[in-house]
Design a protein around this ligand. Structure first.
Ligand SMILES: *[C@@H]1O[C@H](CO)[C@@H](O)[C@H](O)[C@H]1NC(C)=O
Ligand SMILES: *[C@@H]1O[C@H](CO)[C@@H](O)[C@H](O)[C@H]1NC(C)=O
Ligand SMILES: *[C@@H]1O[C@H](CO)[C@@H](O)[C@H](O)[C@H]1NC(C)=O
Ligand SMILES: *[C@@H]1O[C@H](CO)[C@@H](O)[C@H](O)[C@H]1NC(C)=O
Ligand SMILES: *[C@@H]1O[C@H](CO)[C@@H](O)[C@H](O)[C@H]1NC(C)=O
Ligand SMILES: *[C@@H]1O[C@H](CO)[C@@H](O)[C@H](O)[C@H]1NC(C)=O
Ligand SMILES: *[C@@H]1O[C@H](CO)[C@@H](O)[C@H](O)[C@H]1NC(C)=O
Ligand SMILES: *[C@@H]1O[C@H](CO)[C@@H](O)[C@H](O)[C@H]1NC(C)=O
Ligand SMILES: *[C@@H]1O[C@H](CO)[C@@H](O)[C@H](O)[C@H]1NC(C)=O
Length: 401
């Protein structure tokens, strides 16, 4: 009996070892790490404090199997480095407190990113976001990069000029940092860029938005909460592929250029909480893909143009807290056009609108919320607020900045 069971144990052990060998050889057979890139990764690890042992798999020869590291199966080069903090950032007492969730904090890698990062010069994808790391001085030599996310890092500097050398970049996210100073005009060379997020920094200077006018691939721009000053340049209307433009929470002024009507792919335009002036240009009626238009808390004036009734996809229109004048019955409240088929949330409170409420309100079949307080309408005591309360527009800055 004793011999039978020990034979079984031995057989089992042999089988197990064989399996193990099979697994090891199958992972090693194809990609194997390039020695100099392994060295670079070891130096990066060596300079970081890693309380949660996130880099515990960074041992042994084959760096291509290390967690967060990806190699090309054709060249063997390291093409991907993803060290994003895996814990979603939450605060113990709601946003805007410095007291992070301790688990988030523990999972944040700390220290200075070794300049050896620049030896990984085949990287396509680099995500170091939501850690407590300082960046090396120049990333401009990582010329293969397509995707760069350094959001929520410690990046107390001006926006680096050398980023303009990353000519293949498609995604750039520097949100939630301590970046200050102007948007460098070298960013105007990033002609492959589709997503640009510089929100929640301290760009506190003349906006230099014209640096972006040549970037005709852009689909998504977020420059909200950046302390931007100055006006929207006319040339921004060149961005014909743009779908989302967020410029809210800045100190921008001047009018909306009529050229913006050329942005016919735009689905969301957020200009609230700025110091914009002047009328809504009638060309905005050409932005027929718009679903959200938020112009509240500015100094816009004049009549709401008739052309707005052609915005057949518009669900949210917020013009509140401006100085708009005139009657609704001739513009968005008229029976013509199609805006009444889609509009769900119309906010007009605190303007100088007058006249009666449109007779055709009944045709706004999807309207859930209508806010018209503080105008000069007849019967403006009427309130219709049956929908859920408006989602809080405030987003907090997560990360260590
Ligand atoms: C990786 O393995 C596949 C299938 O086994 C093979 O076709 C390919 O050539 C291998 N690549 C390298 C770099 O060895
Ligand atoms: C980073 O690591 C290198 C060795 O790779 C060392 O010489 C250097 O002092 C370290 N720097 C910091 C800030 O820890
Ligand atoms: C490399 O991997 C990708 C995705 O896993 C696959 O589509 C491609 O065929 C692979 N190339 C080679 C040469 O094995
Ligand atoms: C980036 O481009 C500038 C020219 O705009 C050049 O002077 C600089 O050396 C380049 N930097 C890198 C790291 O390639
Ligand atoms: C950023 O750096 C400057 C000096 O370079 C310093 O005065 C300032 O306090 C730093 N800000 C933060 C938030 O670390
Ligand atoms: C940029 O990064 C922040 C923080 O990681 C994230 O919340 C945001 O969605 C990103 N922006 C875009 C446009 O992907
Ligand atoms: C935009 O492109 C034009 C023509 O290619 C060039 O003359 C101009 O300097 C560029 N502007 C910016 C801000 O990069
Ligand atoms: C953009 O709009 C302006 C004024 O609204 C117009 O004159 C111009 O022809 C338009 N450009 C393009 C490329 O459509
Ligand atoms: C854009 O709107 C203006 C004014 O509403 C109109 O005159 C013009 O023809 C429109 N342009 C296009 C390309 O639809």
């Amino acid at each position: 009996m004793g011999t039978t069971s020990s034979v079984l144990v031995m057989l089992f052990a042999l089988f197990f070892i064989a399996r193990l060998e099979f697994i090891c050889s199958s992972t090693n057979s194809n990609v194997s790490c390039i020695a100099s890139e392994r060295e670079a990764l070891m130096k990066i690890k060596g300079n970081l404090t890693d309380e949660a042992n996130r880099l515990s798999s960074w041992v042994g020869k084959d760096c291509c199997t290390w967690k967060g590291v990806g190699c090309s199966n054709e060249t063997g080069h390291v093409v991907k480095l993803d060290l994003r903090n895996p814990i979603p950032a939450t605060y113990k007492d709601g946003p805007f407190t410095a007291d992070f969730d301790p688990i988030f904090k523990m999972n944040a890698l700390r220290g200075r990113v070794s300049p050896s990062l620049l030896d990984l010069n085949h990287l396509h994808y680099l995500d170091l976001s939501m850690n407590n790391m300082r960046m090396p001085n120049s990333l401009g030599s990582l010329k293969s990069l397509r995707y760069l996310d350094l959001s929520g890092s410690i990046f107390n500097a001006t926006i680096p000029h050398h980023l303009g050398n990353l000519s293949r970049l498609q995604y750039l996210n520097l949100s939630c940092n301590h970046l200050f100073g102007p948007i460098p005009d070298t960013l105007g060379r990033l002609t492959s860029l589709t997503v640009l997020d510089l929100s929640k920094n301290f760009i506190n200077s003349d906006s230099m938005l014209y640096s972006l006018c040549n970037l005709s691939s852009l689909v998504h721009i977020d420059l909200s909460r950046d302390w931007l000053r100055g006006a929207i340049p006319h040339c921004l209307g060149n961005l014909a592929s743009l779908s989302i433009l967020m410029l809210n929470h800045n100190q921008l002024q001047g009018p909306i250029p009529s050229e913006m009507g050329n942005m016919t792919q735009l689905t969301e335009l957020h200009l609230f909480l700025n110091a914009f002036q002047g009328p809504i240009p009638s060309e905005m009626g050409n932005m027929t893909q718009l679903t959200k238009l938020v112009l509240s808390a500015n100094a816009f004036q004049g009549e709401i143009p008739n052309s707005m009734r052609n915005l057949c996809n518009l669900r949210v229109l917020d013009l509140s807290d401006n100085m708009f004048t005139g009657k609704l019955s001739t513009s968005i409240g008229s029976p013509f056009g199609c805006i009444h088929n889609s509009l769900e949330d119309l906010s007009l409170f605190s303007n100088k609108l007058s006249g009666g409420l449109p007779n055709h309100l009944g045709e706004f079949k999807k309207l859930e919320r209508l806010t018209i307080r503080m105008n000069s309408f007849y019967g403006s005591h009427i309130q219709l607020e049956k929908g859920p309360s408006k989602e809080a527009a405030l987003r907090s800055c997560y990360g260590f900045s």
